[in-house]
Ligand binder design. Structure first.
Ligand SMILES: [Zn+2]
Ligand SMILES: [Zn+2]
Length: 378
């Protein structure tokens, strides 16, 4: 298997076996964005952020993109950690298609690029509002709706700059809370069903999601300790993306944390590789994917070795831009190669281009503004 991470030039996914089943078409292990269209009945999953709260050049913070091959070619994003939208741009998926956001929970490493989505992608041309799903909480102040409304207020200055220049229809967010204490179907449109289920992560309000389309299913754990609610919700799924932290001892060494703190982080809030293996063994997905893991040369093999003490099925360690093609015939793990200078692709919106009136400029600007054009040479 490939053990060379993408940041060291590796071009294939870090997988024990890259293809589980009989692939319906022959695909290169490298995905070049824009070169492939989704087949009807296919789900394509792209990891926009595979990393930790302490974002690095090699790993954006948590985010998973899901595209489905329905006639509408619907696009969903699960979490939006810092740096994830840079990877999104690289994939050349239109900005205007990214209007359905599902948050697993509201830790900073899963939400930071929400501001980019709301404030910046509206400026790149999105005219449609963004729908946002996320956990309710036993304290409503910590629920998804309170979060969306607070960000909306916090963006008042940015919003004000749109007036007269950019239609504000695309700056609107529509929140929907999902139950924090039970599994429920929370989305059902165009042949896609999304079910949320509660997971166990620090406070009430953390959830995972199951996406079902055309007989294929993908489950995303969000952040969680090993949970029976997830095992139940994930039964029969094709791809299970489960958070996996380095073992506490390794985590302590890498982060220079005291071991007590590392144990608390890894074992009381997250899932180390051997525990992830036990979850995978209960679920038996076609492909098991470890995600939210430090992917660092020298630490990759030990992660698989630890996983192998409890799980013997096919497994992938997610990096940024690891891509899964999920079809009735197979689950394939690949790695996308993107241009680091690829700009966001805009695409079509449904809403019309309507401008509001601009806010008046402050009176003192008239005097202070430098007439630089008058000073141009020639
Ligand atoms: Zn978290
Ligand atoms: Zn996290």
């Amino acid at each position: 298997m490939n053990m060379v991470p993408a940041y060291l030039g590796g071009t294939a996914a870090l997988a024990t076996e890259a293809t589980v089943g009989e692939a319906p078409v022959e695909r290169d292990p490298i995905l070049i964005p824009g070169d492939e269209t989704l087949a009807e009945g296919e789900i394509r999953v792209s990891i926009l952020g595979s990393g930790l709260p302490w974002v690095t050049k090699s790993q954006a913070a948590g985010s998973v993109l899901v595209e489905v091959g329905n006639p509408e070619r619907d696009v969903f994003v699960f979490d939006l950690g810092a740096g994830s939208l840079a990877n999104f741009s690289g994939l050349k998926v239109p900005v205007t298609s990214l209007t359905k956001v599902f948050f697993s929970h509201l830790h900073a490493d899963h939400i930071a690029d929400y501001l980019t989505l709301m404030g910046s992608y509206v400026k790149s041309g999105r005219l449609d509002p963004v729908e946002v799903w996320g956990g309710s909480s036993d304290d409503p102040a910590r629920g998804l709706t309170a979060f969306v409304e607070a960000i909306d207020r916090a963006m008042a200055w940015d919003f004000g700059t749109l007036l007269g220049y950019t239609p504000t229809s695309g700056a609107k967010a529509i929140p929907t809370e999902v139950p924090y204490d039970r599994a429920e179907v929370v989305y059902e449109r165009n042949g896609v069903t999304i079910t949320s289920f509660p997971v166990i992560h620090v406070l009430s309000g953390a959830v995972g999601y199951r996406i079902d389309y055309a007989g294929q299913s993908v489950v995303f754990s969000g952040d969680t300790m090993p949970a029976k609610t997830l095992i139940e919700a994930a039964q029969g799924c094709d791809l299970l993306i489960h958070e996996t932290f380095l073992p506490a001892e390794t985590f302590a060494e890498l982060m220079t944390f005291p071991i007590e703190k590392a144990r608390m982080v890894v074992n009381d809030a997250h899932t180390p590789p051997d525990a992830a293996g036990i979850v995978f063994s209960h679920v038996k997905p076609k492909m098991a994917a470890m995600w939210h893991t430090h992917v660092i040369d020298g630490y990759i093999e030990p992660v698989f070795d630890t996983l192998r003490t409890t799980y013997s099925g096919p497994a992938t360690l997610c990096q940024d831009l690891t891509v899964f093609n999920v079809t009735p015939q197979a689950v394939e793990a690949r790695q996308a190669t993107v241009s680091p200078v690829q700009q966001a692709v805009v695409g079509e919106s449904k809403n019309e281009f309507i401008l509001d009136d601009p806010l008046p400029p402050p009176a003192w600007w008239k005097e202070a503004q430098l007439d630089w054009q008058a000073e141009l040479p020639g």
